[in-house]
Design a protein around this ligand. Structure first.
Ligand code: GAP
Length: 454
């Protein structure tokens, strides 16, 4: 039975990630560091591909967006202005018996979930990580690891206006690390203390903000769907007034049906003029915009689609995971969108015999400049196909003894397991067409259908 959409267990995802080198616990040889993760050789490719796909969609292919990369450490006044020093807190309770600490708003009753002991009254706990700038550890030298990338974009609003001459509406996009001293973490990479965000601050004229909010909510939802997330595994959920962050006029979560249930994948917020007004007042700088039509200075409103890189990686993995019956065994495969797949093509010589290896290495060398390609000549061809299926490689190219005579190789498609045979001279062109979405059975000159997979 194929694994039902949204129903794969977290254990299976964690096990696949560790077994195949997607994600490891941080500093594992020392027992790991709670809620920190290391991306392995395949994980780093997947994560990179997620970030590139986002950047392409929101910066490269748009006239109204520019990119930015700001520092993690920012002037401490940033956090006074943004409200994070005052407001970025969760209610914390401590068990009077075992001294474990919990987020009060996540508890079902007033007892310790671990030992049933009595809990203290909630106290607000600020989630920002503190450190010191320079060698002297005094209050005057305190700086914070940013809890969101957003503020780097607000404090650069004027720099962007002056250097790019963008007119409203326009946006700034940034990908980068953020840090939160979360009280409770868990569910693998879903909630960690060090994570990456992909954020947009889109500046619009006040009065057009509702329209742009709807636009971005739809745009961002479609981004996930275009990259393969199943429609039924996404839902939009409006924040109640109690849930709204201190800066937000309105907010929707794009929720994904993770193994532990529906949870936030991305938030889209209307931040109004909160941030620019706050930074203007704390810095004394003019952060308004001169509207040439009305000849007036206005403070733009901001629509903020804010996505988590790690949560996106987890959602793409969960959605792609599948199991199929395969003779006596089970075929585990990741139906990853080719854009996201860590390895795009595997080159598999049927045997290690020297003459076959020579031709296979030539094919490998020819493909490598175009895509991430893996060369694998170990174990049986069937096992090698399974290994590639399990890491989501869209195409395997097999070189057999006949290839030495006819200069042709087979291309096997991951999902259908269909195979075609094509001249080596046509291989790169054929693979390019397949990556662009062409049906496998559309053949290049000299090509033939080789095998129907299912
Ligand atoms: N600038 C707005 C902002 O940061 P958020 O809803 O707190 O809003 C945005 O965070 C996104 O960042 C979330 O939707 C999630 O994908 C990701 N994120 C937030 N906290 C996280 C954590 N502790 N671990 C992993 N990802 C997190």
């Amino acid at each position: 039975m194929a694994e039902a959409a949204g129903k794969v267990s977290m254990e299976k995802i964690v096990s696949l990630c560790q077994r195949r080198g997607f994600i490891f616990p941080s500093s594992e040889i020392y027992g790991g560091l709670s809620s920190c993760w290391d991306y392995g050789p395949l994980g780093v490719e997947l994560k990179q591909n997620v970030k590139q796909a986002w950047w392409r969609a929101v910066v490269q292919e748009r006239d109204d967006m520019v990119g930015l990369d700001t520092s993690i450490l920012m002037h401490p006044q940033t956090w006074a202005a943004s409200g994070h020093l005052e407001q970025f807190s969760d209610p914390l309770v401590e068990c009077k018996s075992c001294h474990l600490r919990w987020r009060a708003d996540e508890l079902k009753d007033n007892n310790c979930p671990s030992c049933g002991g009595e809990l203290t009254e909630p106290q607000l706990f600020n989630l920002m990580f503190k450190t010191f700038m320079g060698p002297i550890e005094t209050e005057a030298n305190v700086v914070y690891l940013r809890p969101e990338t957003a503020q780097g974009m607000f404090v650069n609003f004027d720099n962007i206006l002056n250097t790019t001459r963008k007119r409203l509406p326009f946006g700034i996009a940034q990908i980068g690390k953020a840090f939160r001293n979360e009280i409770t973490t868990g569910n693998f990479i879903f909630r960690s203390r060090e994570f990456e965000q992909m954020e947009i601050e889109f500046f619009v004229k006040p009065g057009t903000d509702d329209e742009w909010f709807d636009y971005w909510l739809e745009e961002r939802r479609n981004w996930y769907i275009n990259l393969g997330i199943k429609d039924q595994n996404l839902q939009l959920r409006q924040h109640t007034s109690r849930e709204l962050a201190h800066y937000a006029k309105k907010c929707y979560d794009i929720d994904y049906q993770f193994p532990m249930g529906w949870s936030e994948l991305e938030g889209v917020a209307n931040r109004g003029d909160f941030d620019l007004v706050q930074h203007a007042s704390h810095s004394g700088k003019n952060l308004s915009y001169h509207d040439e039509e009305t000849k007036q200075h206005i403070v733009p409103y901001t629509i903020e689609p804010s996505a988590g890189v790690d949560r996106s990686v987890l959602a793409f993995l969960c959605d792609a995971y599948d199991e199929e019956p395969d003779k006596e065994e089970t075929r585990v495969l990741l139906h990853l969108h080719p854009t996201l797949a860590p390895i795009k093509v595997a080159v598999l010589p049927l045997s290690r015999r020297e003459n076959l290896a020579e031709l296979s290495k030539k094919v490998y060398a020819d493909l490598r400049p175009c895509w991430m390609v893996q060369y694998d000549d170990t174990q049986s061809i069937g096992r090698r196909y399974r290994r590639q299926d399990e890491i989501g490689t869209p195409f395997c190219v097999t070189i057999d003894f006949q290839s030495l005579e006819d200069n042709q190789v087979t291309i096997r498609e991951r999902d259908s397991m269909n195979q075609i045979r094509v001249p080596i001279a046509e291989l790169k062109r054929t693979l390019t067409a397949k990556f662009e979405g062409e049906d496998l059975f559309v053949l290049p000159p000299g090509g033939q259908i080789w095998k129907e997979g299912k």
